[in-house]
Design a protein around this ligand. Structure first.
Ligand code: SAM
Length: 217
């Protein structure tokens, strides 16, 4: 699956994309992540991407021109939906991640990271298909939301998780009826006087499944 990410802080992604499962998925060509520096699309001689809002008020806004050109460029490379991260968008959930992974694994998605007070509304009117919020709080920019979306969607794609890792019974998934998963234990069987439930050590898979179902939250 292809992710085209539009940002004015391209370096923000370097360390995260260079580690662990996401790095492995990139190397195995299961996902392709292309970071576009919005600043490079600015026709302003200082590559400016922000200006003060009409009507006054605190803060700056991302101007439409660089974003418009950057999105148009990305749309030539990626036929998926244009998603703008915004606190006012639809709240991101595991079910939404499952839907994106299923529907756009071939086409990909274009992710726009806002900064300042956000972006000029006309970009949303003209080019944005969906607004997604990652929760009811406000961050300084859309880069962390973009990483959250790409991480949660990528791990659902075929081959991204290894055999010892699994998303089948993750919390909030459709498979778990959107409930939160059961408790997990590993060795030792007793830790600080706390014992692992007997049934989990018995090897009776029917009983183990029953115990796990009863312990979903
Ligand atoms: N003025 C905006 C408001 O009150 O809703 C907040 C803008 S925020 C400081 C700057 C950018 O960070 C936003 O344009 C968005 O891209 C991103 N952002 C911040 N919080 C977010 C959230 N909860 N979900 C998704 N994106 C968020």
């Amino acid at each position: 699956m292809r992710f085209d990410i539009l940002t004015i802080f391209p370096k923000a992604f370097d360390s995260y994309l260079g580690e662990s499962i996401i790095k492995r998925a990139i190397t195995k060509k299961l996902i392709k992540i292309v970071i576009h520096d919005i600043r490079k699309f600015s026709t302003d001689k200082h590559h400016k991407t922000d200006d003060s809002p009409f009507g006054g008020g605190a803060g700056m806004l991302m101007t439409p021109q660089p974003l418009y050109d950057a999105i148009k460029h990305a749309k030539k490379l990626n036929k998926g939906p244009v998603i703008y991260f915004s606190p006012r968008g639809e709240t991101f959930t595991q079910i939404k991640a499952e839907k994106l992974a299923k529907k756009y694994s071939k086409k990909g998605v274009i992710l726009i990271c806002g900064r300042y007070e956000g972006i000029d509304e006309r970009i949303i009117d003209l080019l944005v298909d969906e607004e997604i919020s990652i929760g009811e709080y406000v961050l300084t920019g859309g880069e962390l939301p973009a990483m959250i979306l790409l991480d949660s969607v990528s791990r659902l794609l075929k081959g991204v998780l290894g055999r010892s890792e699994s998303h089948e019974e993750d919390s909030f998934s459709l498979a778990l009826d959107r409930k939160k998963e059961y408790p997990h234990y590993t060795r030792p069987a007793v830790f600080k006087k706390l014992k692992v439930p007997e049934v989990l050590m018995g090897g009776n898979h029917k009983e183990i499944d029953k115990w796990r179902k009863n312990h979903l939250k």
